[in-house]
Design a protein around this ligand. Structure first.
Ligand SMILES: Nc1nc2c(c(=O)[nH]1)N[C@H]1C(S)=C(S)[C@@H](COP(=O)(O)OP(=O)(O)OC[C@H]3O[C@@H](n4cnc5c(=O)[nH]c(N)nc54)[C@H](O)[C@@H]3O)O[C@H]1N2
Ligand SMILES: Nc1nc2c(c(=O)[nH]1)N[C@H]1C(S)=C(S)[C@@H](COP(=O)(O)OP(=O)(O)OC[C@H]3O[C@@H](n4cnc5c(=O)[nH]c(N)nc54)[C@H](O)[C@@H]3O)O[C@H]1N2
Ligand code: SF4
Ligand SMILES: [Mo]
Length: 734
């Protein structure tokens, strides 16, 4: 109040009358901000605030975290299990026992009739790690389907695959503290200020203390590009060519770290041979970055005492996503930029727990970064879970993006979607719609009943959202942090962990395989399985995690027992003391020939179609679409278009237009902006029946991740703007 009336700036912060705060971790992006949720004396949730003593965010939150407490009471939540015998009929409310018995009997029917793999499971990066581990145990240990994957195939698969190819294991080696030590940072296809605002704030703070060059590779002039010292507006899908050219200059000018290469890597000769083909002049013709700039960036990067890369979807979502990650790793390795403060190759993860699923869900392998292909790993986990090792498949099954085509061809008949909304988030919506229609049985397990994929569900299981239960997330810098329960589950919704445990009883009535009820006990089990592995978490438990405001792995039981307290930050992999995970302990340098297979603009479809995100929205808007303070910034589908291109087509700012590709069309509002070049449009992917009606989504051969950012379209004006506005609003504007 003191600040209220009499001051020049008459802003008074409303007193929310918070009686107590509960510790949690933000459930949106992978930054992993520690957050406290405030309740008043009547127990109503009234506020969120950043935790000042947490190293990740140091009291800050972005506008998603700030309003996250409004989720609990937002519209569209699922309150009861719902069932129907036929798609198109209305759902009927049912009770949990009936719902889960029905699910078990349908899974059994499908598996008996068509084989175990005919029932597929597609999960997420957004439930708790303990839930991922439990879903993995249920799917690998009891259901025995090998067609089990997550939406992380749309997101982090290329990073995982690239890390495995270069270093022998997944696991981002760097951390946020690296910003405070680096002398040069290249950000590839990553729009930090919008997508990871608090990581961006850490970077900006580090740059204010000690300036170093920030180089941004992105075809759009993003907010990060606006802040960059050098912006490389690369031609879409050609990062690999730029990487090869940078390596070409580094070798040509003798800027490599020969000692590091000799001591820590294999494959240098083959790499040299490939990059020799990519002199900067040749590269310029493909990637559009001129010779001088390539040389300048190569020198800045290679001559910096410590240099690092970060990247996100501009690299991963590409037909050469995995190669792009390997290329970045190789740039780090040949210049000795690995495992030292400020010298690393750090993938910026996407969803709040995309790391947790990679580590513990058994989606593409077995828990704790173990592999199905490795007989010792199969044996170890089978013994631990008390299942027959022969029950496990000997190699991974289909990735998410191959599961859908297998439904199309009739190989898969039943599907369980856990916290993912493919009807909006996968490429080529018309095809996904037909695919979902073909299923004999679709179960949707989601916190929201109004999410679009539920249109095709036979059974809907209402899950709790975020802090309606307890458990952990792992963030981009391998930090395990905890969500404590703030409120009880809404109506009859249940925690995902509870749903998995209830299902386990139906597939294992004798209780041969143990499924702990409490999240803290599941965590202990994971701790046991992590001992001696790269991702050792055996020194952690839920309480220590909260006390420490998150702990980076590795943190082992030995460290704890020797009195070594968890460090606040700055834990790295592949330091001088730690070898790489390939046999022999060396990293691999892999030559990467460039294959140009993208759909490109042509006469009929003259624009590149780029897609991605906005700061105020999260994914398919099941959450942010219902929070007024998020939704108000962009409530309707729109497209960024360059003013010159718009003028040429006779399109005015804020006019509705039709965007057409070979797959379908979408009606969007044209927003003219210099952010995009003359031959590109950008459409956020948050809206239903919008950009993914247009995208092609060609797959990366290693990671099976779709190239969401490289398709081509044409733009048509619309005479009837009233009708256009109606079509536009139908594309889901809560
Ligand atoms: N506000 C908000 N934050 C989020 C999310 C959200 O939905 N909303 N989602 C989270 C998730 S799951 C993820 S995966 C991350 C994604 O985070 P980001 O990857 O940072 O976000 P995007 O907007 O998908 O894409 C980033 C940039 O890639 C560029 N790009 C397109 N094609 C190319 C190319 O060929 N080369 C290069 N170098 N760049 C290219 C685009 O122009 C775009 O600016 O964000 C996370 N954070
Ligand atoms: N064109 C285009 N398409 C893209 C992308 C792009 O850049 N361009 N990006 C891709 C990327 S990187 C990603 S990660 C995907 C994301 O794609 P999706 O995974 O389909 O997107 P979300 O909307 O996050 O879906 C998560 C679902 O989980 C539900 N949910 C939230 N919390 C819980 C919970 O605790 N339990 C349960 N059971 N449910 C919960 C939400 O209501 C929501 O329905 O989209 C991909 N699609
Ligand atoms: S930066 Fe990410 S983790 Fe932090 S508050 Fe925003 S959405 Fe949440
Ligand atoms: Mo993602």
């Amino acid at each position: 109040m003191l600040f209220g009336r009499n001051r020049k700036n008459p802003i008074a912060i409303a007193d929310k009358k918070v009686a107590n705060w509960t510790y949690a971790t933000c459930g949106y992006c992978s930054t992993g901000c520690a957050i406290e949720v405030g309740k008043n004396s009547e127990g109503q949730v009234v506020a969120s605030r950043g935790v000042a003593s947490a190293d990740v965010n140091r009291g800050k939150l972005c506008l998603k975290g700030m309003y996250e407490h409004e989720l609990f009471d937002a519209a569209g939540r699922g309150e009861f299990p719902l069932i129907r015998s036929q798609i198109g009929q209305p759902f009927e409310r049912t009770d949990w026992d009936t719902a889960l018995d029905h699910m078990a009997s349908e899974v059994n029917r499908i598996q008996q009739a068509y084989g175990r793999d005919a029932f597929a499971v597609v999960s997420t990066g957004q439930i708790l790690t303990e839930e991922f581990y439990t879903l993995g145990k249920l799917t690998r240990g009891l259901l025995g389907t090998n067609n089990y994957d997550g939406n992380t195939t749309l997101c982090m698969a290329s990073a995982v695959s690239g890390y495995k190819r270069s270093f022998g294991s997944d696991g981002p080696p760097g951390c946020y503290e690296d910003f405070e030590h680096t002398d040069c940072l290249i950000a590839w296809g990553s729009n930090l200020p919008e997508q990871h605002p608090i990581i961006y704030w850490r970077l900006k703070e580090a740059m204010e203390k000690r300036k170093f060059p920030l180089i941004v590779v992105d075809p759009r002039v993003t907010m990060l590009a606006q802040f960059a010292d050098i912006h490389l507006p690369i031609r879409p899908g050609t990062d690999l060519v730029l990487q090869n050219a940078l390596m070409h200059v580094i070798f040509d000018e003798g800027l490599e770290d020969a000692d590091y290469i000799a001591a820590n890597t294999t494959g240098i000769d083959e790499l040299r041979e490939e990059v020799a083909k990519w002199d900067p002049v040749t590269a310029y013709k493909v990637c559009g970055i001129d010779e001088d700039t390539i040389r300048n960036v190569a020198r800045l990067y290679a001559q910096a005492p410590a240099a690092m890369h970060i990247w996100t979807m501009g690299i991963n979502q590409s037909t050469h996503g995995s190669d792009g990650v390997v290329g970045l790793n190789s740039l780090s390795l040949i210049t000795g930029n690995m495992g030292r403060p400020g010298a690393t190759s750090l993938s910026i993860t996407g969803q709040c727990n995309a790391m947790g699923t990679r580590e513990w869900s058994s989606c593409s392998g077995l828990p704790g970064y173990r592999q199905l292909e490795n007989p010792e790993h199969r044996e170890e986990i089978a013994r631990f879970w008390n299942v027959d090792p022969e029950f496990f498949p000997k190699k991974r099954g289909l990735a998410q993006t191959d599961i859908f085509p297998a439904i199309e061809t009739g190989q898969i008949k039943g599907l369980w979607l856990v916290a993912t909304n493919p009807l909006t988030s996968m490429a080529n919506t018309p095809r996904i719609r037909k695919t979902l229609e073909k299923l004999e049985f679709l179960v949707v397990q989601d916190a929201y009943a109004d999410m679009e994929s539920n249109q095709y569900a036979h059974l809907y299981l209402p899950a709790t959202v975020w802090a309606e239960r307890e458990g952990t997330f792992t963030n981009t810098e391998r930090r395990v942090n905890i969500v404590r329960q703030v409120v009880p589950p809404k109506a009859e919704s249940k925690a995902d962990l509870k749903i998995f445990n209830e299902l386990a009883k139906r597939f294992d009535p004798e209780g041969k395989v143990h499924f702990p009820e409490q999240s803290a006990d599941v965590f202990k089990e994971m701790g046991e399985l992590s001992k001696g592995r790269l991702l050792d978490i055996s020194g952690m438990d839920h309480d220590l995690i909260e006390q420490s405001r998150g702990i980076q792995w590795p943190y082992s039981a030995e460290q704890r027992d020797h009195g070594e307290a968890p460090r606040p930050g700055g834990v790295r992999l592949y330091t001088e003391q730690q070898t790489f995970c390939h046999p022999g302990g060396r990293a691999k340098l892999i030559p990467l020939p460039f294959v140009d297979n993208n759909e490109r603009p042509d006469e009929q479809y003259p624009f590149w179609l780029n897609s991605g995100r906005l700061v105020e929205h999260f994914h398919t808007r099941t959450r942010t679409g219902k929070v007024g303070n998020n939704n108000k910034f962009s409530p309707i589908p729109f497209m960024e278009i360059n003013p010159d291109a718009a003028a040429e087509l006779g399109i005015k700012h804020q006019e509705y237009v039709r965007c057409v590709s070979k797959r379908g069309d979408a009606v969007v509002m044209a927003m003219t902006t210099q952010r995009v070049p003359r031959d590109m449009v950008f459409i956020p992917f948050h809206f239903y029946d919008c950009v993914n009606r247009l995208t092609l989504g060609l797959l990366d051969p290693h990671s099976r991740q779709p190239a969401f950012k490289q398709s081509s379209v044409r733009i048509e004006t619309m005479a009837d703007q009233i009708e256009a506005a109606r079509i536009n609003r139908d594309m889901r504007a809560y």
